[in-house]
Ligand binder design. Sequence first.
Ligand SMILES: [Cu+2]
Length: 116
Amino acid sequence: MNTKHLIVVLAVSLILARIANAHAFLDHADPKVGSTIHEAPSQVTLWMTEGLEPAFSKLQVFDSKGTEVDKKDTKVNGSTMTVSLSKLAPGKYRVSWQVVAVDTHITSGTFEFTVQ
Ligand SMILES: [Cu+2]
């Protein structure tokens, strides 16, 4: 194998490693990450970077006391995930997500938003 071939093999290996690492992370959300909003939202929607496995993907919302305020009706559509909310009082809320991407990798995260 000459140097030229070696470089091509290395480049292909790097590309494959990249693809294998394409887990589902949060791209953006509504309400926005860290935002303060004036009207209580009726649902939370997350746009992820990869397609999700509906059976293993969960989206929950908690109030500042740790009480779950979503309606436990997470819906997954491709790489988008939505859950309905009960009527939110003003306060700080924490969104918690755990998903399995179509590549079978598990990722999770949390973020907050505030209702004024
Ligand atoms: Cu992955």
